[in-house]
Design a protein around this ligand. Structure first.
Ligand code: BQF
Length: 293
């Protein structure tokens, strides 16, 4: 089994981005600027946003963090978004999900200017992606596709099973892998909680994308010998031996999968770091495209 080391690959891509920013600065151009809106004090969201801001600093991007209390109204949040949409200094921005229950995430996503939607969640970007047009790809699927590409994993003609149908991972991943593209041309099966005999589907797969959000859901007996197994799960499970009180576990039983898979992503250090670096790549692109406005 070969590890798909997302931590290492994301660092390589960050080095490339750093060089790109240096070149831009030499040419007298404005460096990419990402803004992040964080509502409330969900500890996981805080740590995700912090790692995004830190990653911007590492590659020389500018970043702005906008923090608001959980009791902000939807109208107030929409005003912040309208300001970011019209702010010429900001190339792209994200609103960290999940949002408090009294705020409609769909309204928020719809309010983001698709040109600044570096998370790729706006229906305009989703629709362009589905049609194979240039678009901001959602960060996690973009990260997975980049990882398969950089590791030289052949996808054309392969059987791919995606487990989980979320708007952010499973559904876009199934679209990307079935597209006519360098990383694509798979025969894709999108499975979910109502799928009958999931194990039989998975066993046929050359590539499994596990994005169901259940710890250790994919066991060794579901994996074909030599399959590529991409674990998107980031589940916190209690662990009193850790000082944080929990550890991160994927949707794949790592030890069992390691006995069967040809390639396997670890958790942590697999898809997660690729998600963050994809956001940076989208922000660089938003900056470049803003040049021609
Ligand atoms: C790692 C996310 C669920 C819901 C909302 C590195 C991240 C995670 C793990 C990270 C995620 C998950 C992010 C690791 C961003 C990925 O080393 O394994 C980085 O920061 N992520 C998010 O912003 O919102 C989420 C998962």
């Amino acid at each position: 089994m070969k590890l798909l080391n997302g931590k290492e690959l994301s660092n390589t891509i960050k080095q490339e981005l750093t060089l790109e920013v240096q070149e831009m600065t030499k040419r007298g151009e404005r460096v990419p600027h990402l803004a992040a809106v964080l509502v409330g004090d969900n500890p996981a969201s805080e740590s995700y946003v912090r790692s995004k801001v830190r990653s911007c600093q590492q590659v020389g991007f500018e970043s702005t963090l906008i923090r608001r209390h959980a009791d902000i109204t939807e109208e107030e949040l929409l005003e912040i978004i309208a300001d970011l949409n019209s702010n010429r200094d900001i190339d792209g921005f994200i609103v960290q999900l999940p949002l408090p229950k009294h705020i409609d995430e769909n309204n928020v996503t719809l309010a983001i200017d698709p040109k600044k939607d570096v998370d790729g969640f706006h229906p305009v970007n989703f629709g362009k992606m589905a049609q194979g047009l240039p678009a901001f790809l959602p960060a996690t699927p973009f990260g997975i596709v980049t990882m398969l590409d950089r590791y030289g994993i052949e996808t054309s003609g392969k059987e791919c099973v995606v487990v989980g149908r979320s708007n952010i991972v499973g559904t876009p991943m199934s679209i990307l892998l079935s597209r006519k593209a360098k990383v694509g041309n798979c025969t894709v099966t999108l499975t979910h909680s109502r799928t009958k005999d999931l194990r039989a589907h998975c066993l046929k797969a050359d590539i499994i994308i596990a994005a169901i959000g259940i710890p250790n859901f994919i066991t060794g007996d579901m994996i074909k010998e030599g399959a590529v197994v991409v674990d998107v799960g980031i589940n916190r499970v209690d662990d009193t031996s850790k000082k944080r009180g929990y550890r991160l576990v994927g949707d794949v039983d790592f030890d069992q999968a390691a006995e069967r898979a040809g390639y396997l992503t670890p958790v942590p250090g697999g898809v997660g770091p690729m998600t963050v670096v994809s956001l940076l790549m989208n922000t660089l692109r938003a900056n470049r495209e803003a040049l021609y406005e």
